[in-house]
Design a protein around this ligand. Structure first.
Ligand SMILES: NC(=O)c1ccc[n+]([C@@H]2O[C@H](COP(=O)([O-])OP(=O)(O)OC[C@H]3O[C@@H](n4cnc5c(N)ncnc54)[C@H](OP(=O)(O)O)[C@@H]3O)[C@@H](O)[C@H]2O)c1
Length: 254
C-alpha cells in the first residue's frame, strides 16, 4: 500500500517502537494519528510528524479510540506492556490489564476500523507482537500469551480479508502484517520492572523495527522478524520443539 497520503493510526506512538514508526511513516508521506497516554511525549512526536494526538488508556474499554480516530487506512497496533516474574507472584489485576492493553484493545480496534477499510476496498493492519509469542519465554507467560494471541489473530484475519493486489502501488485489498521483534532498545524493560541485562542478543534500535514496518506495509509482507535471524529459533521451535526446549532451559534464563 502506498504510504504517501495514507491516514495511519499508531497506538503506543508516545515511546520506543511506536514513536520511531510514526517518524518513519511520516518521512514516507503518511498522515499520522498518534495514540498513547503520555500527552507530553505524544506532543513531542506530533511536533515532529505533524500528526494528530489522540490520547487514550487502552486498558479502559470506554476509550472509544476507533470512533475518535475517524477514517483510518493503516492501523499500527503497537501499544504494549510487559511484566516479568513467576506467574504465582503476578496479581490478577496485572494479568487482566496486560491482556486488555496488549490483546483485547487491538482486537476491538480492528473490529471497529475494518468496516471502513472494507468499504473503501483498501487498508493495512500491522500487529507488533514479539518473539516471546512464537517460542514462549520463562517468567513472561502472560506477556507471551498476549503476543501469541496477536500473531494468530493476524494469521486468521489474513484468510478472511480480501488479498492485496498490486503491493507497492495503490492496490486493492486489506493487508495484514505480524511484526516479530526480538530485543529492542526502548524503555520497555525498565518500565516492566526488570531491566534487560543479557549481553546477547544485542538490542536493536527501534528505528530498525520502524523501517521494517513501513516497508512491510508498502510491500504487503505477512510476517517480519527483526532482526531477520530470529526466524532461525522460530523455525527450530516449530520443527524440533523438544530440542528447542532443552536449549531454552539451558540458555534461556533471564
Ligand atoms: N522493546 C522490546 O524489546 C520489544 C520486543 C518485542 C516486542 N515489543 C513490543 O513492542 C511494542 C512497543 O514497545 P516498546 O518497546 O516501544 O516499549 P515502550 O517504549 O515502553 O512503549 C510502549 C508504548 O505502549 C503504550 N502503552 C502502554 N500501556 C498503554 C495503555 N494502557 N494505554 C495506551 N498506551 C499504552 C505506551 O504509552 P505511554 O508511554 O504513553 O503510556 C508506549 O507508547 C509493545 O507492544 C511491546 O510488547 C517490544
Amino acid at each position: 500500500m502506498r504510504l504517501a497520503g495514507a491516514r495511519v493510526l499508531v497506538t503506543g506512538a508516545s515511546s520506543g517502537i511506536g514513536a520511531a514508526t510514526a517518524l518513519e511513516l511520516s518521512a514516507r508521506g503518511a498522515r499520522l494519528v498518534l495514540s498513547g497516554r503520555d500527552q507530553d511525549a505524544l506532543a513531542g512526536v506530533a511536533a515532529r510528524t505533524g500528526g494528530e494526538m489522540l490520547p487514550a488508556d487502552l486498558s479502559d474499554p470506554s476509550a472509544d479510540l476507533a470512533v475518535r480516530a475517524g477514517r483510518v487506512d493503516v492501523l499500527v497496533a503497537c501499544a504494549g506492556e510487559g511484566w516479568s516474574g513467576p506467574l504465582t507472584r503476578m496479581s490478577g489485576g496485572t494479568a487482566e490489564r496486560m491482556i486488555a492493553v496488549n490483546l483485547t484493545a487491538h482486537v476491538q480496534l480492528t473490529r471497529l476500523l475494518l468496516p471502513g477499510m472494507l468499504e473503501r476496498g483498501r487498508g493495512h493492519l500491522v500487529y507488533v507482537a514479539s518473539i516471546a509469542g512464537v517460542v514462549g519465554v520463562r517468567e513472561e507467560a502472560v506477556y507471551a500469551a498476549t503476543k501469541a494471541g496477536l500473531l494468530v489473530f493476524a494469521e486468521s484475519l489474513r484468510y478472511e480479508l480480501p488479498p492485496v493486489d498490486g503491493a507497492g502501488v495503490d492496490g486493492k485489498g486489506v493487508g495484514v502484517t505480524a511484526v516479530v521483534p526480538g530485543v529492542v532498545d526502548t524503555p520497555f524493560f525498565a518500565r516492566r520492572g526488570r531491566p534487560y541485562t543479557r549481553r546477547r542478543p544485542e538490542p536493536v534500535p527501534p528505528e530498525r523495527v520502524a523501517r521494517a514496518i513501513a516497508t512491510a506495509v508498502e510491500r504487503d509482507r505477512a510476517e517480519v522478524y527483526v532482526p531477520a535471524w530470529l526466524r532461525v529459533p522460530a523455525r527450530l521451535h516449530g520443527a524440533a520443539p523438544g530440542v528447542f526446549r532443552v536449549l531454552a532451559r539451558r540458555f534461556g534464563r533471564p
